[in-house]
Design a protein around this ligand. Structure first.
Ligand SMILES: C[S@@+](CC[C@H](N)C(=O)[O-])C[C@H]1O[C@@H](n2cnc3c(N)ncnc32)[C@H](O)[C@@H]1O
Length: 274
């Protein structure tokens, strides 16, 4: 996260919309450990299933990285497509899912999804730094590829939930969680906060992951705090991490814009109405 912010502008100039993720781009092995450690109690998956059940549906995972979440969706979905801009990760995702006949991974970005209109029921994006204030082009693309009634679900770290959120804010003092939430609220998302735990088998894994997520000083303080809170660490090392699950449904009706006044009000008309 810290590194992503630091190097962000450079890559943005190369490919508008693509936000570098040095954690997974440069340390995919450690990121694999991180993904396995995350959501040890399956809390995010439980909330996802409640909000947007994908059983028998077509799913797009945007910014899928090396495809860690694709097999899990594939277990119940009709089809799954991962979309990822970083070519080495596209190749890793394809390798991971080569045995899964209902899964494809395509090169592309949230702002230019390589998918037809109205072709999926769920667009999922996890720890998707590219979905933040100003991401309107990506939100429009998600709406384009969703069928009416389909859902866009963005799963992100909650910078207001400590201790992880506190470490994030220490590295990103200008990050304004309230402004981010306001942006998504205005865009019509509802937000569910989810408390999870990350679980590491050993101290080396814990340290490696925190070192790719934070600046050296913050990582050192974070490691110290987790070691202190885990005592004998008989069951490995765990720490609480909060997430925000943002959900927006594509209307099933036709949206009529009200141009009769300067207001931006609109109404949704059911297609079943005569
Ligand atoms: C922190 S990683 C998370 C990967 C994956 N979602 C996961 O949970 O394992 C963020 C991913 O978003 C990708 N990304 C960055 N900018 C993007 C954009 N504009 N559209 C789609 N993906 C993007 C990065 O290449 C990276 O793979």
């Amino acid at each position: 996260m810290w590194n992503a912010a630091r190097r962000g502008l450079k890559a943005l100039s190369r490919d508008a919309g693509v936000v570098p993720s040095p954690n997974i781009w440069y340390h995919p092995g450690v990121y694999e450990i991180e993904n396995r450690a995350q959501d040890a109690g399956d809390e995010i998956w439980r909330v996802l299933a409640e909000e947007a059940d994908w059983t028998g549906r077509d799913v797009a995972d945007v910014g899928c990285g090396d495809g860690f979440h694709l097999p899990r969706f594939a277990a119940g979905a009709k089809s799954v497509v991962g979309v990822e801009p970083h070519e080495p990760l596209v190749r890793r995702a394809r390798q991971r899912t080569q045995e899964l006949t209902t899964v494809r991974t395509l090169s592309g970005s949230a702002e230019r999804l390589p998918l037809p209109d109205a072709s999926v029921d769920l667009v999922h994006a996890r720890t998707a730094y590219f979905f933040g204030p100003g991401c309107d082009p990506g939100l429009r693309e998600a709406d384009r590829v969703l069928r009416p009634g389909g859902k866009l679900v963005i799963v992100d770290l909650d910078a207001t939930a400590g201790p992880y959120g506190r470490w994030m804010r220490a590295d990103l003092p200008h990050y304004d969680p309230a402004a981010v939430e306001k942006f998504f609220h205005r865009q019509g998302f509802r937000c569910r906060r989810v408390d999870t735990r990350w679980r590491f088998a050993c101290r080396a894994d814990l340290e490696a992951v925190l070192k790719i997520e934070f600046s050296p000083a913050v990582a050192a303080a974070a490691i110290k705090e987790v070691l202190r809170d885990n005592g004998s660490a008989a069951d490995g090392y765990t720490m609480p991490v909060g997430y925000r699950v943002l959900v927006r449904e594509k209307p099933t009706g036709i949206v009529l814009l009200d141009h009769s006044s300067s207001s931006s009000s609109s109404e949704v008309v059911s297609p079943r109405m005569p």
